[in-house]
Design a protein. Structure first.
Ligand SMILES: Nc1ncnc2c1ncn2[C@@H]1O[C@H](COP(=O)(O)OP(=O)(O)OP(=O)(O)O)[C@@H](O)[C@H]1O
Ligand SMILES: [Mg+2]
Lengths: 349, 257
């Protein structure tokens, strides 16, 4: 049992102060040393009863929860047990990937000799000029396209076609309008022949996670853009993939909704431990979400540069360091975008 | 208020129709028209009520509806399947698809001579003509629908593990449904026209087209007009009350309207 006298750090997660309990807990835990104890006070039942305990179990940290008059006191001991070594294993590995598209009279080289390695649980953002092959890359990882040369390995095994360990959340509207919200989320489970009762339960859990329980019977055309992308997220998570591939999922949303979904996505990421590859045009978005931002060059695309982002979450737009990094990446990206523009306007190769 | 606004769009057409009938009556009063060629609205109405009272219209309607349900039902089933095959198999598109497009140019009643030679003066001949009226347009609409399915639906389904017949049943079919409904709506109007033409030309047992023809033979002009009214009303009611709302609802849900 964890006891009071050992508390090293205390965190107040009362509702009005915090909309992302896991992100904050995670940050606080990061700053502790092994053996030290974090105290979390919250008035948010799901966080206290479900999210934080599950997250701690996931991180192999002992936890105790005590309720007192609508307020929960959670003690978490940071532990770097043998179960959590710095893994050298890779979740996803792209080795020397090339891909082109042949039309009747010409060939378009899209990716050439691309290498990316992703650790389990990493949050990667891919940015690059329009048309450089970001969506193509996601389709390759998803197994919807096959590379001309090179290997794609998940947990060390080469992929063969689509698989439910990698699910895509598309740029466009990809929810099925003929099904209601609940049935959309259940779709993949139905294909997997999960029995009706279980899939309903899992779909409802996920809808609760994305705050859409009240809309389970709505049809897609009745939802707002933000709600649609939340359903898409729940539908993808239902497959219990190891890797979530997200292709500009929030581009069509207004800034406020996008910000909200950023917070939600980070919570879900921490709660589920998924590896995320997130494509975006928006450098600010990339910097506020990613562990690592990868810049792709103009076509034929390679990795131009990578940035490790070790800033505390949730990252705020106005924050000085966030702006600095954003600025840096934008400059880097702009030279590639200019290259594309020159090519398109003046036909320079 | 809600009810009122729902029906208010019918006010103008109804007033106009009443005016037409009044003008028709007035024209008959003023001119010297032969009553047996130019019946009055009153006598048409009388024929209408007589036709319904003695059961001849009901029998005719039942007969025509039976034929169209068989022919149209067959067309929907076969047309949808055929449309899917043509839409998904390149070779079929270039062969059968091409033939279907060509045959669509032929008014379906032109099939009647062949139908009579093949099936004799039988029920099957009329139904064949109905099928030729509806089948092709349903096939073509389904093919178009299948070919225009947003690729992202297929990719999404595939990343969730759908393949083979599940892909057809759970994704392709519902995604193509709006096109299939529109095709069926068009197919219905072709089928109804074909059936009336068929029943008119091919004189055996019953149907509204047959009543029309027998009215002419008895020189009963008001009877002819009464049957025409029934034909119009059935065609319109099915189109407006069945297909149009279905089409609107589905297009809205599918995000197409
Ligand atoms: N199926 C295809 N057939 C032929 N060319 C294709 C195909 N898919 C993509 N391309 C081409 O490959 C290039 C890369 O496309 P892709 O969609 O991957 O770019 P992107 O980086 O995602 O662009 P954006 O940022 O605009 O979404 C584009 O020039 C596109 O025209
Ligand atoms: Mg793209």
């Amino acid at each position: 049992m964890l006891s009071d006298e050992k508390i090293t750090k205390s965190l107040n997660l009362k509702k009005e102060l915090c909309s992302c309990p896991l992100v904050n807990t995670n940050e606080a835990l990061k700053s502790l040393e092994s053996g030290q104890v974090l105290e979390v006070i919250t008035d948010h039942p799901p966080a206290a009863k479900e999210l934080i305990p599950r997250f701690c179990e996931f991180q192999h940290c002992p936890v105790s929860v005590v309720e007192d008059a609508g307020l929960w006191r959670i003690l978490i001991k940071k532990e770097m047990g043998p179960s959590l070594p710095e893994t050298t294993e890779l979740r996803l590995e792209l080795k020397d990937i090339s891909k082109g598209f042949t039309s009747t009279d010409s060939k378009l080289d899209v990716l050439r000799g691309l290498n990316i390695a992703v650790r389990p649980g990493e949050f990667i953002c891919l940015v690059g000029p329009s048309g450089c092959g970001k969506s193509t890359l996601l389709n390759l990882i998803a197994g919807l396209e096959t590379p001309e040369s090179g290997d794609i390995c998940v947990d060390g095994r080469p992929i063969k076609g689509p698989g439910s360990d990698r699910v895509v959340i598309f740029q466009e509207r990809a929810l099925f309008p003929w099904l209601n919200v609940l049935k959309n989320v259940e779709f993949g489970l139905k294909i997997k022949r999960v029995d009706k009762k279980e899939r309903r339960e899992r779909a409802r859990d996920l809808l609760r996670m994305v705050h859409l329980s009240r809309f389970e019977n709505s049809y897609i055309h009745e939802l707002s853009g933000g709600m649609k992308q939340r359903v898409a997220l729940a539908r993808a998570l239902a497959m219990e993939p190891k890797i979530l591939l997200m292709d500009e999922p929030f581009t069509a949303l207004d800034a406020q909704t996008r910000h909200l979904l950023h917070l939600e996505l980070q919570e879900i990421w921490l709660a589920t431990g998924k590896t995320i590859i997130f494509v975006t045009h928006n450098v600010r978005e990339a910097v506020s979400l990613a562990d690592r931002v990868i810049i792709m060059s103009a076509r034929p695309a390679r990795i131009k540069k990578e940035y490790q982002i070790d800033l505390t979450r949730p990252r705020r737009d106005g924050d000085r360091v966030v702006s600095q990094v954003t600025e840096q990446i934008m400059t880097e990206l702009k030279s590639e975008i200019d290259k594309v523009a020159r090519e398109e306007l003046y036909g320079e190769a | 208020m809600e009810k009122l606004s729902k029906y208010s769009k019918y006010i103008k057409p109804v007033i106009f129709l009443i005016l037409v009938v009044l003008m028709w009556q007035a024209a008959l009063k003023l001119g010297h028209y032969k009553e047996y060629l130019y019946p009055s609205p009153g006598s048409v109405l009388k024929s209408l009520s007589e036709g319904f009272a003695d059961g001849t219209f009901a029998r005719g309607i039942a007969m025509s509806l039976k034929r169209i349900l068989i022919g149209f039902g067959f067309s929907i089933v076969v047309g949808t399947l055929l449309g899917f095959l043509i839409g998904r198999v390149k070779l079929l598109e270039e062969t059968v698809g091409f033939l279907v497009l060509g045959l669509q140019a032929l008014p379906s009643i032109c099939w009647l001579p062949i139908a009579i030679l093949w099936f004799g003066l039988s029920e099957r001949a009329v139904i064949f003509v109905v099928i030729m009226g509806a089948l092709l347009s349903i096939t073509i609409a389904t093919t178009d629908g299948v070919k225009n399915i947003a690729p992202v639906y297929l990719r999404a389904a595939k990343t969730m593990g759908a393949k083979g017949w599940r892909l057809y049943l759970d994704v392709l079919a519902p995604a193509a449904l709006p096109a299939i409904i529109s095709g069926s709506k068009l197919g219905w109007s072709f089928a109804w026209r074909s059936l009336m033409a068929g029943e008119l030309l091919f004189i055996t047992g019953g149907g509204l087209g047959f009543l029309l023809q027998s009215g002419r033979e008895m020189n009963d002009m008001s009877r002819v007009m009464a049957v025409m009214a029934v034909i119009i009303i059935i065609g319109l009611v099915v189109d407006r009350a069945v297909f149009a709302p279905l089409e609107t609802k589905i297009r809205r849900r599918w995000g197409l309207a």
